[in-house]
Design a protein around this ligand. Sequence first.
Ligand SMILES: *[C@@H]1O[C@H](CO)[C@@H](O)[C@H](O)[C@H]1NC(C)=O
Ligand SMILES: *[C@@H]1O[C@H](CO)[C@@H](O)[C@H](O)[C@H]1NC(C)=O
Length: 590
Amino acid sequence: MLQHSAGADGTAITHANPGRVGIRSTLPVTRESIPKGLFRFFLIAMILFGVLLLAAGCLITSVYSTGSQEALGSSEEHAKYKKACPDYRHYAVIAHRPFSDGPLGLPFQRPDVHCRTFHSPVVEKVIAHVTSRMRDKDLARIFENAFPNTLDTTIRWHVDGTGKEARNKYASSWGQWQGAQSFVVTGDINAEWLRDSTNQLLQYQGLAKKDKKLQTLILGAINTQVEYVIESPYCNAFQPPPPSHGPPVGNGQDDAVHPAYEPSRVFECKWEVDSLAHFLALGNQFHNSTGSRAYLRDRYYTALETVLEVLDEQSKPTFDPETSRFQRPEYTFRRTTSSATETLNLGGVGNPLANGTGLIRSSFRPSDDATILQYLIPSNAQISVELRRTSEIVRTAGKKAMAERLLERANGIEKGVWEHGVVKHKKYGEVFAFEVDGYGSAIIMDDANIPSLLALPLLGFCDVDNKIYQNTRKMILDKAGNPYYLTGRAFAGVGGPHIGLQYAWPMSRLVQAMTSDDDDEIMDALHAVRDASRLGLVHESINVDRVTDFTRSWFAWANSVFAQTILNVAARKPELLFGKNAEPFLIEGV
Ligand SMILES: *[C@@H]1O[C@H](CO)[C@@H](O)[C@H](O)[C@H]1NC(C)=O
Ligand SMILES: *[C@@H]1O[C@H](CO)[C@@H](O)[C@H](O)[C@H]1NC(C)=O
């Protein structure tokens, strides 16, 4: 029953009503009629059973309706179907037909067309092109499910900025919430992470020029992030924008955070440098793929000022370099929890950091776990790259002073990464540390979440054949070198403290494939992820001993990274996916 499409569920409601009436009139008859014959009893029992089934169907449908996905478009037709759309959290854990032709027979997990949250003809075209050519039909099925997953399921609210919403009551003389807006949720939680949403949209950037609506969707995502960053630049996850009238959700935690934030606007407020790096990346990627400057508005420049201010604050050492006195950092975070990675020690401050490194403090990692040493190298590397890219773009837009300030900050951070983030390892030689404190201490490990050390070339920080990166890569992908490289009978990969010591993340294997030139390594990684995706979608983490034990059936970011990996391999090494002598597939060429 759960597998029914929206239309079928809708129909079930109408049929259920006469059934309910029927049960009332048959019940008294039943008692009297039992002695009259077994046949009659049997018949009535059957009717009762059927009615019960219908009633159950009705109940399930109404549960779904409360958590239903927003279908876009205001047509009455859509509104009608929307009501009957199942909650994708439940939909994603049940295998839907038709199954793929490969040996795994993977299910088709796209929601019914009426329940999808955004439609793009050019995205459909890419799916058709790529899947028809892929030889591995199971991998093709995951691509078919994963590539559109963000559009299908996570665009909770979108306005193109031309309607009356553009002059909503939240729009002030400063231009708040004006123009296109897009609220992109992470999947199973009705909140938007800056990091996730940027990465969720990344595989569509190359198509934005060909589909005006898709372009406006991404433009809206930038504008929405602009408002989030201006309002609460230290926070990582946000509530539905006020003009959407979406109800805020609680995160169920008891947090004491400084600076204080408004819980109706912010879902969670963990300070992670990469949140701001991803904010910059979204605009930079959009500019790179479309050439559009539509997002370079006053509000965007206000957000850039905010970013620079926060980076200034978070580059301060723990002790005043002149007086040696402890200086309380602007940001502190304490949570009532029994998990050490969910809060900061020393009263919400975190471990001390040295002066003069050029690096930026990050209280949390992209996994949302607390850092041990707060100069988190992958995140610092990423923001140095994005600051430089933004600097170039605003320079061409004539904002010379802003461009200079962004560039200066980018250079300082980059220098800090090479100076303080590279350490000498007994076995692997010079490697990037995961975290440092500027006093000489270093945490040697990698975490699966992006930005990671493994992803440094993808982020544009260094070439894939950089010697230090290659040393680091060997270390990260070695059980003896990275405490969070997890292996078992069924799966292997980088994990992290977020889920625990038996769960490796498919995302790390995908990054491994994208940063490799070795055909066997690439295919091994793709096959491992394929074999751990029995529901046709990519999970957050997999029990290394049992692939059917996983976390998060609906994790849009992981699906996007899978799609990016297939497109990456299709462009670089098409023969691995499409067979001998295949032409490279470039998404821009569709
Ligand atoms: C810009 O787009 C091209 C083509 O899509 C891509 O190869 C390149 O990495 C992008 N550069 C940046 C800075 O995002
Ligand atoms: C602290 O670091 C800055 C560079 O950021 C440097 O100019 C200054 O001399 C340092 N202060 C001390 C006391 O080391």
